[in-house]
Design a protein around this ligand. Structure first.
Ligand SMILES: [Zn+2]
Length: 180
């Protein structure tokens, strides 16, 4: 049986039904030891798979580290968020398509806050806050959810969730990802 090697690195992308995606991640205590290789892998895998964000558990590592694509955030904003916490969400919401690399980018409409403030530690170990809106806010909430073992499908209706899961399983088989 041929093996799909595209993610066959130390930090392989994890897909739905991988138990690690349901675990709670641990706070990063010292940024100096905060895994420069892991951080590089997060950015690399996000870009390679044309994602707009990625969380460490999606590479099998239970640490509270996420990246968000710079195109979604205010110019010059950090794209690496260590120990991120959503500390404020707007009352107004936006409904947009949302997907996830761990679900092969299969997307579904989902309401999320239009704006959020995230508190986090940056690459230099400084505590910072960032306000983001639209798809940037959505990505921050989505990726931070991953650190608590929550997937976007958990927020969908039971029917919609089943549709996404079924679609995922079909595509996963077709791509031969289950044969590893
Ligand atoms: Zn995701």
């Amino acid at each position: 049986m041929p093996v799909v090697n595209e993610d066959d690195t130390a930090y392989r992308l994890r897909y739905l039904d991988d138990a690690v995606l349901r675990e709670k991640s641990e706070n990063v205590k010292s940024v100096r030891t905060a895994e420069s290789e892991l951080i590089k892998a997060l950015a690399d895998v996000m870009v390679k798979h044309r994602g707009v964000g990625l969380a460490a558990p999606q590479l099998g590592v239970l640490k509270r580290i996420i990246v968000v694509h710079p195109s979604l955030l205010p110019e010059g904003a950090d794209t690496l968020f260590i120990n991120p916490e959503i500390v404020w969400t707007s009352d107004d919401e936006e409904v947009e398509e949302e997907g996830c690399l761990s679900l092969l980018s299969i997307a579904s409409l989902l309401a999320r806050p239009a704006r959020v403030t995230v508190k986090y530690v940056d690459a230099e170990g400084r505590e910072r806050e960032l306000e983001a809106e639209g798809l940037g806010a959505r990505a921050l909430v989505h990726e931070t959810d991953h650190l608590d073992g929550v997937l976007f499908i958990d927020h969908l209706s039971r029917l919609k969730r089943k549709q996404v899961r079924d679609h995922f399983r079909k595509l996963y088989r077709e791509l031969g990802l289950g044969s590893r």
